[in-house]
Design a protein around this ligand. Structure first.
Ligand SMILES: Cc1cc2nc3c(=O)[nH]c(=O)nc-3n(C[C@H](O)[C@H](O)[C@H](O)COP(=O)(O)O)c2cc1C
Length: 166
């Protein structure tokens, strides 16, 4: 069983989770930034890391996942929202459904919070109370919590999920 762990990342959160996933996976394995992938034929299993962008996998990860057909695929993601939120669960489902539609088998799923780029938070604060991401106390609390992730508990949870694969 040869596994490829790959990831797309803007600010490093998803790369950190990818490294935890890589550590946990058994058998022959490689880890690679999505940008470096030339072909996927030599792998029995592909574990793809994405970050959530507007409620879906970020474009680069999405494009890559669209190239996968009839493979064993696992996904792991990071996002600003809480992982047990409806928003997070919808993202995970959407991504898995798209993979399944191309004949892939989804062997594992994982999602956790990841610090939001402070520049983005500043922009949302500047947009003020009329913007779609108005800085309410609830949002500020969520952003502050996200800033602490991914943390050791997230890495450990990811390792549990991916370490269980054959
Ligand atoms: C342009 C942009 C769009 C985002 N959209 C969402 C979103 O729709 N939902 C969400 O929960 N988080 C969203 N986030 C937060 C990121 O998914 C989160 O911070 C993630 O951990 C970033 O991963 P990275 O460090 O690997 O790039 C967004 C961040 C950016 C920069």
């Amino acid at each position: 069983m040869k596994t490829l762990v790959t990831y797309s990342t803007l600010t490093g959160n998803t790369k950190k989770v990818a490294e935890a996933v890589f550590e946990a996976v058994s058998g022959e394995k490689e880890i690679m930034d999505i940008k470096s992938i030339k072909e996927t034929d030599g792998y029995d299993r592909i574990l793809v890391g994405y970050w959530v962008d507007k409620g879906d996998a970020n474009e680069e990860a999405k494009k890559f996942m669209e190239t996968l057909k009839n493979k064993k695929v696992g996904t792991f993601g990071t996002l600003g929202a809480y992982p047990d939120s409806e928003h997070a669960q919808k993202c995970v489902e959407k991504i898995s459904e798209a993979l399944k539609a191309n004949g892939n088998t989804v062997v594992a799923e994982f999602i956790c919070q990841g610090a939001i780029d402070p520049k983005i938070i500043e922009t949302m604060r500047k947009m003020g109370s009329n913007g779609p991401h108005a800085p309410t106390p609830e949002r500020e609390a969520r952003w502050a919590e996200a800033a602490k992730h991914p943390n050791e508990a997230d890495f450990s949870a990811a390792k549990d999920v991916f370490g269980k694969l054959d």
